[in-house]
Design a protein around this ligand. Structure first.
Ligand code: DX5
Ligand code: ZN
Length: 224
């Protein structure tokens, strides 16, 4: 599976969202990552259905919706209808994880489980054959621009091991503090999708930043 880059719009200029999305796509973004926060599961409040619908109208790449909300099962239908291609829910707020993942898949949307930095990879074990992807948080969720937590690299490998034991080929997505200087380590540990907010939208040229991140994550072999 080749590496996918998912710019997080959380770090974009919301007054110019269409232009920011187009620039990231021009730089080769594979997905757009949409961070939905409710001020309860995480301290911050971000965007909801109206912004999703506007994004779906302009985006050419699939929308990857990361729900950082309590009772996510109440909202998956609305996000699917608004154009989500992927929806992930946090294990920490999903007491009926098996049911919620099944409900997402029944809507024809790829289903993901998200694990906070303090949630062990073993939490996945009972449902490991179900998700299409697992999102490993490499910061505590809530804000863009935080520092990558180094222990996340071992966590990626631990998640891969749990998936393999279950015979799952689910993708591993990593989110938080991804920058050109740590991307290669994260990919070597087993990441298939890199989310990046400030690395892409914080530098002024999202197209160039997207290309730079892909190059840093999987450097082209040098010709001898
Ligand atoms: C954090 C969000 C991330 C965030 C990434 O709670 O889930 O997607 O926007 O931003 P950076 O790459 O700046 O850490
Ligand atoms: Zn996210």
């Amino acid at each position: 599976m080749s590496l996918r880059i998912a710019p997080s719009i959380l770090a974009a200029d919301f007054a110019r969202l269409g232009e920011e999305v187009a620039a990231a796509e021009a730089g080769g973004a594979d997905l757009l990552h949409v961070d939905v926060m409710d001020g309860r599961f995480v301290p911050n409040i971000t965007v909801g259905i109206p912004v999703m619908e506007s994004l779906a109208a302009v985006a050419r790449v699939p929308l990857d919706v990361h729900l950082m909300i309590v009772e996510p099962e109440r909202h998956i239908d609305a996000f699917a209808r608004a154009g989500a291609a992927m929806i992930s829910v946090h294990a920490e707020v999903s007491p009926h994880l098996h049911r919620t993942l099944s409900a997402i898949k029944d809507l024809g949307v790829q289903a993901g489980v998200v694990l906070n930095p303090s949630t062990p990879a073993a939490t996945l074990e009972p449902v490991a054959d179900l998700p299409d992807f697992v999102l490993v948080m490499s910061v505590n969720p809530g804000f863009s621009g935080q520092r990558f937590i180094d222990g996340s690299v071992d966590k990626i490998a631990a998640v891969r091991a749990v998936l393999e034991r279950a015979g799952s080929r689910a993708a591993i997505e990593v989110d938080g503090g991804i920058q050109p200087d740590n991307a290669a380590r994260v990919v070597q540990a087993g990441a298939d999708i890199l989310v990046a907010g400030s690395a892409i939208f914080g530098a002024g040229d999202p197209a160039a930043a997207t290309r730079r991140l892909r190059q840093a994550a999987a450097p082209a072999p040098s010709i001898q």
